[in-house]
Design a binder for this molecule. Structure first.
Ligand SMILES: [Fe+2]
Length: 302
């Protein structure tokens, strides 16, 4: 079975109190626990204890990302596959963070720390017996789940090869140089969404954004209203991506980490033929209507 989904993102934040307020009341996640400068959140439709960890630090960014695998024994198997591929693997022992079992940890060629895990406390979503479509008392945007993230690094090809060869990720879209020789960005999936992770050529180890799922274009408009109401800094107001065909808003958390709410896009299967964009069409690929990137898109990284 292997990797099931992007299970969690650990983001560094400058001010934990401010960030807890933002992720609880504006994004509308559920604060599950906090201890020692760290806060744990889940979205309302998620069943695991947390999918977002915020850790207070002196600079923002991505502390780690983690994929959940279907079975515990797959950790041993992936450890061997990674080592055979030439990647060093460390073990993260159970209890290192709240509610989590053990994990294996390695570094992508782009410098990002990635963990694989299976065990995490299951708290449920409360919607399993004669359920309503959503729970009461939702606040803010209230996305049902974490969706994907976009990271930057120099070796897009190396990171893509590793994710596709070792973990059987599939490519949905890519941006290439005009001569087709170099991969500038890639969108990869293991689930049935157009991407669980995307990688863009840029400085190593940086976070471009992490994104939450929304159900419809109407939900995107509502999210923009919530962001406006709360004076959140927008990067890009509601629009459509050419790449993935998803609808989107980019905006910034109080530490400058870019967030996205994402809706729609196609439903790919394993035999999906990747879509290719040439670099001269990059603007249209990212922002289909405006057809150009704003300067922040490639410079505001954490
Ligand atoms: Fe995104």
């Amino acid at each position: 079975m292997g990797i099931m989904r992007l299970g969690r993102v650990e983001a560094r934040v400058l001010d934990l109190e401010k960030s807890i307020d933002y992720y609880s009341n504006v994004i509308g996640l559920q604060l599950m626990a906090r201890e020692n400068g760290t806060a744990y959140f889940k979205a309302w439709d998620e069943e695991d204890h947390h999918s977002l960890i915020l850790t207070e630090a002196d600079h923002p960014g991505l502390a780690h990302l983690a994929f959940k695998v279907r079975y515990e024994h797959e950790l041993d198997e992936f450890e061997k596959s990674l080592e055979t591929y030439g990647v060093r693997v460390n073990r993260v022992s159970k209890g290192t963070r709240l509610a989590e079992g053990q994990a294996i940890r390695f570094e992508l060629p782009t410098g990002h720390l990635v963990e694989l895990y299976h065990e995490i406390e299951r708290v449920g979503n409360g919607l399993k017996l004669n359920p309503d479509p959503y729970p009461d008392n939702l606040k803010g945007i209230a996305p049902p789940q974490l969706d994907h993230l976009l990271i930057t690094g120099e070796d897009v090809q190396g990171a893509t090869d590793l994710l596709m060869k070792v973990f059987d990720f599939h490519m949905s879209e890519r941006i290439v140089t005009l001569d087709g020789e170099q991969l500038l960005a890639v969108w990869l999936f293991r689930t049935n969404t157009p991407h669980d992770i995307a990688i863009l050529k840029g400085p190593n180890g940086k976070l471009h954004h992490f994104a939450f799922t929304l159900g419809s274009w109407n939900d995107i408009l509502h999210a923009a209203d919530v962001l406006g109401k709360n004076n959140v800094a927008f990067d890009v107001t509601p629009t459509r991506h050419g790449i993935t065909r998803g609808t989107t808003i980019y905006f910034f958390d109080p530490s400058g980490n870019r967030n996205e709410v994402f809706s729609g896009g196609y439903i790919p299967c394993e035999d999906f033929t990747p879509v290719t964009w040439t670099e001269d069409q990059l603007g249209k690929g990212i922002f289909y209507h405006m057809r150009e990137l704003n300067e922040r898109f490639s410079t505001a990284l954490t």
